[in-house]
Design a protein around this ligand. Sequence first.
Ligand code: PAF
Length: 283
Amino acid sequence: MQVIRSLRELRATLDARSAAAFVPTMGNLHEGHLSLVHEAVQRRAAPDSPVVASIFVNRLQFLPHEDFDRYPRTLARDVELLASAGCDLVFAPDERELYPEPQVYKVQPPAALADILEGEFRPGFFTGVCTVVLKLFHCVQPAVAVFGKKDYQQLQVIEAMTRQFALPIQIVGHDTVRAGDGLALSSRNGYLSAEERSEAVALQQVLHRLADAARDPGRSLAQREAQAAADLRQRGWAPDYLTLRRRSDLLAPTDNERCGSAPLVVLGAARLGSTRLIDNLEL
Ligand code: PAF
């Protein structure tokens, strides 16, 4: 497996090959990322199409008070894991390589999709994500790109961006990988203390309860969402949102959609100590 740090070398290397299957990451990899690489291996256009992963901690998608500085940089370990997962090439630029000048041209996703849920609590997050993903797409020029469904809204925003800009890239969403107790794997799980780690599964449990009750017309959706937030608060969490949405546009379903068979998703984000976790369940 090749590790490439410069865009020039990446272009020279990929020029000779074609139709890469791409997995963008911020590194500090876990089984969830490796399952994206396995999916990319399956999805590549031909057996000799390269599987490419990028590792880049993108400053543009962090707010000033967030964890950009302490986000773990574990390149040597990540490279070993990627090689064992079947990746052919890792693009790991430093900041000067990807942003040689201030990135003043940015992708502005629509507020209706990007300023709700994560975007409400992390203003500008999706502008940062779209800008770097579009730039990485231009660098790698993949035919397929794989993203995890744990970042459900991110996947939707990137699908919409790809469609709107008519990029010739197939976006694939891959199911969330979970630990034995059900906690969604995330690089940020590493911030949790032992005690917080055993508590962390409560986020998924609350989402399950919300999902189980969601279709029942008995109580209003607002009451059920408030109950879910109260349950977590009582356990010491600080919830940002716990909510039922339509899968198609992440807006609240009508009562008919909720009680019928419309494709829905429950999504949640909450802080446990100083760690912010997100998760979702499709129903
Ligand atoms: O999901 C992530 O790890 C990041 O948001 C991404 C897509 C690599 C962009 O920096």
